[in-house]
Design a protein around this ligand. Structure first.
Ligand SMILES: *[C@@H]1O[C@H](CO)[C@@H](O)[C@H](O)[C@H]1NC(C)=O
Length: 150
């Protein structure tokens, strides 16, 4: 996988609350290998959000899910015009407009948890016909202890 493709997947992981996990056979970096804040995000997010996100990424006292919950709270609180500047994950732009809107609405809803967003995202993705589902990034393998999130 190319470096830029990898980067897009890391970014995608923000945009659609771990869409890859929602696919069912997720794979995330092992504990301690939580990816750093992508530079592409740093460039479009407000400085205070970047600072908070970096602190969360680097906080070794937080578990995988706790990090995602905290990151999601910060991302969900950002205005739409900023969220719209974040590059979407590969394949996302090729989905039908109504599906794109549905996924964005789920992932931008500040009233539901990260875990709930993953569940709802999974339902939408599993409801897609195979040719659309295949546009999205392949599921990323997860260490067994994370499987319960899927
Ligand atoms: C979140 O909750 C607030 C307060 O109940 C409500 O006004 C808002 O419409 C909700 N947002 C979404 C996206 O459901």
């Amino acid at each position: 996988m190319t470096q830029s493709k990898k980067m897009m997947m890391v970014i995608g992981f923000y945009v659609v609350a771990l869409m890859a996990v929602a696919f069912g056979a997720p794979q995330m970096p092992p504990p301690g290998a939580f990816p750093p804040l992508p530079r592409e995000l740093e460039q479009v997010l407000p400085a205070d959000a970047v600072e908070k996100l970096k602190a969360i990424h680097g906080d070794t006292s937080l578990g995988f899910k706790e990090k995602h919950e905290k990151i999601d709270q910060i991302m969900s609180a950002l205005p739409t015009d900023i969220l719209d500047k974040i590059p979407p994950p590969p394949g996302f732009a090729q989905l039908p407009e109504d599906i794109q809107q549905k996924l964005k609405a789920i992932n931008r809803n500040p009233n539901i948890s990260w875990e709930e967003k993953q569940k709802q995202t999974k339902v939408v993705i599993e409801g897609l016909p195979p040719h659309l589902r295949h546009l999205l990034p392949p599921p990323m393998p997860l260490p067994p202890r994370f499987r319960s999130f899927a």
